[in-house]
Write a protein that binds this ligand. Structure first.
Ligand SMILES: Nc1ncnc2c1ncn2[C@@H]1O[C@H](COP(=O)(O)OP(=O)(O)OP(=O)(O)O)[C@@H](O)[C@H]1O
Length: 473
């Protein structure tokens, strides 16, 4: 009774230790990936990929990777003890049993590449499914308005079918590999060693009792080996994911040291080339911007204006020479470069949180600073009416388009950075409000780089430079 209780308690401890280990590893990986995603990684061209990685792929890593590693470790211990005990009876018969059990394992190596390919295909299909689902949820109002329900459901079904097919194919391959490895284990791993053992008994090298001992122990050799093979196959499905984790580790160790930049003097672009999604945009572009100047960038839609603003911040790559105060931007820590700019986005993003949080984004600002930013962005009437704790809703669903834009403008005023990048910053505002915001932007004394399609001739005349990007190369 006491023995059984002790064994059960050991089993209980094993469950606790295993789950604690899985939790610790999962948390470390999630923290590392969150850091890479938020701090270090490039802006994703397709958000569904990191989304799927953080959810589905990391789950697969837990079930097929971390859990398999623990199982392999546990079974290895049983295996080592069983082999040691069997050697005590007869080392040669034990060797034949071990070789017979290892042979199928070597053959299992052949299935690794196809398993890799199928796991990659499953991961891609998974990303597409997550992307479709995300699209559908954020565009549900549009889908319903235009009665696109049937098409939307069909698209989602199509990607979920592709994902489930990918999963089935991957599991089929793993399952088939397991079945045929078992067949080999039973034949090469069991029948041959049995025959050899009988020969050893007949030649008087071992006793029947010794052979029975080895046969008993062979279960503790073959079974752990089968479980280890299955674990290795499962672990192999996570190799792509582990490769991504290693890249994340590399990017998170940025060795560039902080260089004193001092106050901003110039931004110099020489022979700059930009591309996005494989498409060449600006070519051989040159521009020098002095601190405090007001620049208007003009070009047709899709030319690459927004891309240029992101590249100035260092959030998208650019080829050529980009210097900040004469220092190569590539030599600056990304954070130092980012800290020079506040970006008023063409399509602002709002958190499903209060007005206050949406302005401060968790930063430490005094109430006076908040009120001042809201006043300059002409958001003060909204604040007076709704209060700072007003819930903006998912991506600003509880605000008008113009109010969302003014929250974005207020954010830019609040952070007080030397350069304001304004991407169609007042496109949702009426002329009077747009003029008032421009008055504030120009009065700030900051460098303003604005991208806009509709700016009146009077306002255009107030800029230091109006650059037509189509003529700038
Ligand atoms: N995330 C992305 N992935 C791939 N290509 C993109 C992405 N975003 C934009 N592009 C492409 O890059 C090109 C430049 O886009 P960008 O937004 O910089 O143009 P823009 O000049 O600001 O246009 P607009 O005046 O319409 O805002 C376009 O052809 C666009 O299709």
């Amino acid at each position: 009774m006491a023995g059984f209780a002790a064994l059960s308690f050991l089993g209980q401890c094993q469950v606790w230790v295993k789950n604690r280990l899985v939790q610790t590893v999962n948390l470390r990986i999630k923290t590392l990936m969150a850091k890479n995603l938020i701090d270090d990684g490039p802006l994703p061209e397709d958000a569904s990929k990191p989304l799927s990685f953080m959810t589905n792929d990391l789950k697969l890593l837990e079930t097929n990777g971390i859990t398999s590693e623990l199982t392999i470790l546990q079974e290895l211990l049983t295996l080592i003890f069983a082999i040691a005990a069997a050697i005590y009876f007869d080392w040669l018969t034990t060797l034949v049993f071990v070789v017979g059990a290892l042979l199928p394992m070597a053959v299992s190596g052949l299935t690794q590449k196809p398993i890799d390919r199928r796991s990659k295909a499953w991961s891609a299909a998974n990303g597409q499914y997550t992307g479709s689902l995300k699209d559908l949820l954020s565009g549900l109002d549009t889908i319903r308005s235009y009665h696109a329900n049937t098409v939307a459901k069909a698209r989602l079904n199509q990607s979920s079918t592709a994902m489930e097919n990918g999963l089935r194919r991957m599991n089929n391959l793993i399952g088939s590999a397991d079945v045929w490895m078992s067949f080999l284990s039973l034949t090469v791993g069991l029948l041959v060693p049995f025959g050899f053992g009988i020969v050893r008994i007949l030649s008087g090298v071992i006793t029947i009792a010794g052979f029975i001992g080895i046969v008993q122990l062979s279960n503790s050799i073959t079974n752990p080996l089968l479980i280890i093979m299955d674990g290795v196959n499962k672990w192999n499905t996570t190799r792509q994911i582990q490769a991504k984790l290693r890249t994340a580790k590399d990017t998170s160790s940025d060795k560039r040291s902080e260089q004193p930049l001092g106050t901003l003097q110039t931004l110099t672009l020489n022979n700059i080339t930009l591309s996005r999604g494989g498409k060449a945009l600006l070519q051989n572009f040159n521009l020098t911007i002095k601190a405090g100047s007001k620049i208007l960038l003009k070009a047709p839609s899709g030319f690459g204006k927004t891309t240029l603003l992101y590249a100035l911040q260092g959030q998208l790559p650019m080829q050529g020479s980009y210097q900040i105060n004469g220092i190569d931007a590539g030599q600056l820590p990304p954070r130092q470069q980012l800290d020079l700019f506040s970006l008023i986005k063409q399509q602002p993003f709002l958190f499903n949180d209060t007005l206050r949080f949406n302005l401060t984004l968790g930063g430490d600002y005094s109430q006076d600073e908040l009120e001042e930013a809201a006043r300059r962005a002409h958001l003060d009437t909204l604040v007076a009416e709704k209060g700072w704790d007003y819930q903006c809703g998912e991506n600003g669903a509880n605000l008008s388009g113009g109010q969302i834009q003014r929250v974005e403008i207020a954010r830019a005023f609040l952070v007080k950075r030397p350069v304001i990048l304004a991407d169609e910053a007042t496109s949702a505002l009426d002329d009077k409000l747009s003029d008032a915001i421009h008055d504030e932007l120009f009065a700030s004394g900051k460098t303003v780089i604005e991208v806009a399609h509709h700016i009146s001739p009077e306002w255009q005349a107030k800029f230091d430079q109006v650059i037509d990007l189509t003529q700038a190369a």
